[in-house]
Write a protein that binds this ligand. Structure first.
Ligand SMILES: [Zn+2]
Length: 93
């Protein structure tokens, strides 16, 4: 049984792939937001700063707050430390 060989990627293609990946990352962010709407999610207010957020519940049970534009709220919230503390409380172990 022969496994299919991995494609050999010349250096120039690798750089192009990098640029493409950056674009795809932005696209993924958009997709994530769309996915969030399909998945278990709810709108809420941040307990720290009071801004509206989306709370997305992943199948793993992890809940991650996002800004309405799909930026993780941790990276924009002035009270991020507070949220983390709150989350730890919720896990209650
Ligand atoms: Zn906040």
């Amino acid at each position: 049984m022969e496994k299919p060989a991995l494609p050999v990627t010349p250096m120039g293609h690798a750089l192009k792939a990098h640029a493409k990946a950056a674009v795809e990352l932005a696209q993924m962010k958009k997709n994530l937001l769309l996915l969030a709407h399909l998945m278990n999610w709810e709108t809420a207010k941040c307990g720290g700063c009071g801004l509206p957020i989306l709370r997305v519940k992943y199948p793993s049970g992890k809940v991650v707050p996002y800004d309405p534009d799909a930026t993780p709220h941790f990276s924009t919230c002035p009270e991020a430390a507070l949220i983390r503390k709150e989350q730890r409380k919720c896990h209650g172990r």
